[in-house]
Design a protein around this ligand. Sequence first.
Ligand code: 7PJ
Length: 284
Amino acid sequence: MSAETMTKSASILHCGKYRLTLNRPLVMGIVNITPDSFSDGGRFLARDQAIAYARKLVADGADLIDLGGESTRPGAPPASLDEELARVLPVLEAVVGDGVPVSVDTQKTEVMRAAIAAGAAMINDVNALQAGGAIEACAASDVAVCLMHKQGTPQTMQAAPRYDDVVAEVSDFLRVRAKACEIAGIAANRILVDPGFGFGKTVEHNMTLLRQLEKLKALGYPLLAGYSRKTSLGAITGRPVDERLAASLAAALIAAQNGAAILRVHDVRETVDVLKVLGALGEC
Ligand code: 7PJ
């Protein structure tokens, strides 16, 4: 392939019935459907708020939305299968026809199966499809999969993260998981990889990964990066979670400049503006 053709050909992510051209960074808007995220004035009120919120993110310019029914924040308790299904499915069913691919953030094979049956276009798994039957459930469908690296579990991972070479170890893990997916029948054009910022990583580990994101791109799969509002941005800025917008935008911009294909963010409207400036730079 000539150099000119190479610069023009963007990879295309197969994502359920969608085909996403990765010629500019895409924005994935986060919808957390956990009891602490929305009013606890009853399940239906929380459901309706989550649906309205997802639609607001689409109106704000989200290219995809990511629904999560279990908190994976450091120290968060796990959700039961029934709880997670009851949180995610009604919102998924409501927004799946809105014209934007819907990702479901889950570690549970049963939730994956139900989400796929309900029309999810992507399974986003912080456990990289390591649960029994998870790879097979995704392989039997047409969803895209996001494989994320973490060290330890959300309950324990921030206790004492350690690596000899964080970039090499994250890269090796993602290569092995992506290969397992391909062997099981998930085509390479359905696979995304993610370094898992904040999942068993110190501020230094996160910064090393952010700085060297291009090295993970060498695996040959598009990268998803999620740094929005994370604890290490709090450590760097001294700000609580609701005051990390500027830090989150800075991290998103750096991730985009260093090759991330999809940015998983809370603040969609602001991130879209940041990316418009980056895009305009490319056209100068
Ligand atoms: C990530 C995620 C991430 C992917 C969460 C939070 C914690 N999925 N789910 N990557 N983080 N792929 O948003 O603070 O970084 S939950």
